[in-house]
Design a protein around this ligand. Sequence first.
Ligand code: FAD
Length: 304
Amino acid sequence: MNNLFDCAIIGGGPAGLNAALVLGRARRNTILFDNDNPRNAVTQESHGFITRDGIKPHEFREIAHRDISKYPSVIHKKKEIFSITKKEQLFELVTSDKELYQSKTIIISTGLKDVLPDIENIVDYYGKSLFNCPYCDGWELRDKPLVVIIEEQTQGFHFIQTVYNWSKDLIVCTNGKSILNAEQKRLIQNNGIKIIENKIKNFIGKDGQMEKIYFESGDNIIRKGGFVLPQPIQASDFAKKLGCEYNSLGGISVDFYGRTNIQGVYAAGDASVFAPAQLIIAAAEGLKAAAGVNRDLIQKEFLE
Ligand SMILES: Cc1cc2nc3c(=O)[nH]c(=O)nc-3n(C[C@H](O)[C@H](O)[C@H](O)COP(=O)(O)OP(=O)(O)OC[C@H]3O[C@@H](n4cnc5c(N)ncnc54)[C@H](O)[C@@H]3O)c2cc1C
């Protein structure tokens, strides 16, 4: 069958792209599926990836596809995978438009999705002046009057301290929730940070650039941007359906080479790392999973 591959990679973000590059260089028949809906699609620029600091996400992918196109054993399909089933030693992948592919191994690199707090127009601001990661976007927002939106206690308290590294002009909003204990409130206020526990109504600004935040109480505050702690969830449930185990953070459990507990199933990127979520980490994990696939296939073929 023409549609039989050494490895099928599901998800063409930095993890899947780097895995495809490494497998192409290892002369493996590889197919990369991607439906072009990455986690960072909302952002204008990506930061912190050496040689690519400030790059637009779509430019990053274009360069990656140019790199991969040098290796003839890699095929890229702009298709969504609908289902994956393990049939004896092979995996059967069906696309949403009902094409069937078979592969000896798979790498799940479908990433995560962010569930944002329930605030009217938050999606218009997320990725433009409201971000989730100070390491990614803190420099651009340094010293500005910022909001930190948290709805959860433990991570939330750590998040406030982290953002404070980039701007001392902070207001913490818990969006109608009473999550901080007395000691945490004391420490936050000792650092000159105001806490507002009212429910946020919406944001006011232009082209996603925040100017004000309105509360359901009718009050408003001037803020030029900020950070929010979304709830990340897996972008696909292929790993779960195949019987893969998850770690305590919610990432797919893998060993150093991206191997899951199910033979032939590897995972890479945000889907397995979960946090810290960074392009360069996802790309490195993609390399490790590709090396794992290649090592295991080499072993098997050598002994056959
Ligand atoms: C707002 C924001 C800003 C960020 N800024 C930065 C930054 O500045 N620097 C940085 O290092 N990191 C940044 N990140 C984090 C970074 O985006 C992630 O760590 C990185 O994208 C993870 O790469 P990945 O390959 O694991 O997943 P992704 O990049 O999310 O790629 C997963 C791919 O899988 C595809 N996919 C999913 N399901 C299917 C399916 N069923 N079939 C086919 N394809 C599928 C998706 O379309 C997607 O293209 C940011 C994240 C967010 C949310």
